[in-house]
Design a protein. Structure first.
Length: 83
């Protein structure tokens, strides 16, 4: 799944795609999914996915990179508390 996410962001260029992939994983993946991919062998991942996982393993988390991961208050018009 990390590879699919990375592939979707690849057109952004490597560095931005890494941050967007890391952001998506950080925001939307269940902690068990994150733990599993952190423990897995990363050699089968694309360079973007691998770099995103390694970025997250340092304890870093990126600012929102896409509109899908921007957090907005539930009380603001047109926003939700999902995520």
């Amino acid at each position: 799944m990390a590879g699919d996410i990375a592939r979707n962001f690849a057109a952004m260029g490597h560095e931005k795609a890494v941050l967007a992939t890391a952001d998506h994983i950080y925001q939307f993946w269940d902690p068990r999914m994150k733990a599993a991919i952190f423990a897995d062998d990363h050699s089968h991942l694309s360079p973007i996915a691998r770099d995103a996982i390694e970025y997250l393993q340092t304890g870093s988390h990126p600012a929102s990179q896409t509109r899908a991961t921007e957090f907005n208050s539930v009380d603001e018009v047109g926003h939700s508390d999902a995520g």
